[in-house]
Design a protein around this ligand. Structure first.
Ligand code: SF4
Length: 164
């Protein structure tokens, strides 16, 4: 069985509780700019698109890092940052196809979801059920990817100004 964070845009209310919960547990303060999950909010159509590290197999962020500061846990897929060797180039942010890496507003170091070591705090605070940490089989992994594709399509539409 695989543990998977299901991220469903259709259920997101853009409340940003996830972002605040994340910044609290990771940074010990409420700051939506310091969460490892970001919500792209489009108020006229009551939409929230969740953006966060997807622990993808391709990991272009690692390949793009000029100082080799990123590494990946082969079991969980979690990407870690070596803060000592990171040069704050922002290359990982540019390389991520899911727009899931955020730069810390003060240090400029990348903030990357680490699934809270296997018990994501954001999911506990998402009352709408848009973030669900659950275990399942390959079907669940397929569902996760399908939900991700829908979010990325909407992200592109929002950026192009054609979302509806
Ligand atoms: S807590 Fe849930 S509903 Fe609120 S913004 Fe985050 S994902 Fe969306």
């Amino acid at each position: 069985m695989t543990n998977v964070l299901l991220v469903d845009m259709e259920k997101c209310t853009s409340c940003k509780q996830c972002t605040l919960a994340c910044s609290l547990i990771k940074e010990e303060l409420f700051d939506p700019h310091r969460g490892r999950i970001k919500i792209l909010k489009k108020e006229d159509i009551a939409l929230g698109v969740q953006l966060l590290c997807e622990q993808c197999d391709a990991h272009p962020c690692i390949d793009a890092c000029p100082s080799g500061a990123l590494s990946r846990d082969e079991i969980t897929g979690v990407i870690s940052v070596n803060l000592d060797t990171c040069t704050e180039s922002g290359s990982c942010v540019e390389a991520c196809p899911y727009h899931g890496i955020i730069l810390h507003p003060v240090t400029n170091k990348p903030l990357i979801c680490d699934l809270c070591g296997g018990d994501p705090y954001c999911a506990k605070h998402c009352v709408s059920g848009a973030l669900v940490w659950t275990s399942g089989d390959d079907e669940l992994v397929k569902t996760k990817k399908k939900l991700r594709s829908a979010r990325m399509a909407m992200y592109r539409d929002v950026k192009k100004g054609v979302a509806k």
